[in-house]
Write a protein that binds this ligand. Structure first.
Ligand code: CA
Length: 224
């Protein structure tokens, strides 16, 4: 049974989450503040945590940091609209994904399933298929219906980081650090330029990308 810890001070929402997750076979632990959450997590280590960023006693980002100190369980944060900086802080602190309030229960359940799937050990599949393109990671080869696509080493590196983590939100800072190095982690214009090139080369409709998706102000996500 997958154990999910939900940390949320809105008691109505907490109740709705508990009912919905229990009904789908999850073992649900709840906490309405940060101190209770950390104590509960250390007694009963969760397989996944859902953390509201706005809590009465401490910031949700501090809980993400606290959990990440000893746990690799996936973390999804709940944040208020227009709290972009908080989301980025939470992702940089080790959260795996976020959902903006208000959200539908189905959306949260889908994110939970996707996040748990991703945290399973990698299957080592070196080829990624989408309806627009195929990436053979082992052979370093990208193809579309038009044939082989030539990518620069930088484009390839960027693409590789994204496609190795399907459906996962990767922050601008993480991408910049991984591809260009820590000194470049604010050069978001690099990402815009190279992502535009990748879309032009790979997406069927580059102006409406379906696979190399921008999360405005936060990062990018590869959707197979
Ligand atoms: Ca709250």
């Amino acid at each position: 049974m997958t154990r999910v810890l939900i940390i949320e001070d809105d008691t109505q929402l907490l109740k709705a989450l508990r009912i919905n997750l229990s009904a789908r076979g999850y073992q649900v632990l709840t906490a309405a503040d940060g101190a209770t959450a950390l104590a509960t997590a250390s007694r009963n280590p969760p397989d996944l945590a859902v953390i509201d960023l706005g809590l009465p006693d401490m910031h949700g980002v501090a809980i993400v940091e606290g959990l990440r100190g000893w746990s690799t369980a996936p973390i999804i944060v709940l944040s208020a609209r227009h709290a972009e900086a908080d989301k980025v802080d939470a992702l940089d602190a080790g959260a795996d994904d976020y959902i903006t309030k208000p959200f539908g229960m189905d959306e949260l359940l889908a994110r939970i399933r996707a996040t748990l799937r991703r945290s399973a050990p990698p299957t080592g599949v070196p080829t990624v298929h989408t309806e627009s393109f195929t990436i053979d990671l082992a052979a370093k080869r990208a193809t579309t219906s038009a044939g082989d696509v030539r990518l620069t080493p930088t484009e390839w590196h960027l693409l590789e980081v994204l496609v190795r983590h399907p459906d996962r939100l990767i922050t601008q800072k993480d991408l910049l650090r991984e591809v260009w190095g820590p000194a470049y982690d604010t050069e978001t214009n690099y990402l815009r330029v190279h992502l535009a090139n990748l879309r032009r080369k790979l997406e069927r409709n580059p102006s409406q990308p379906r696979h190399l998706v921008t999360e405005p102000g936060i990062g990018y996500r590869f959707t197979p």
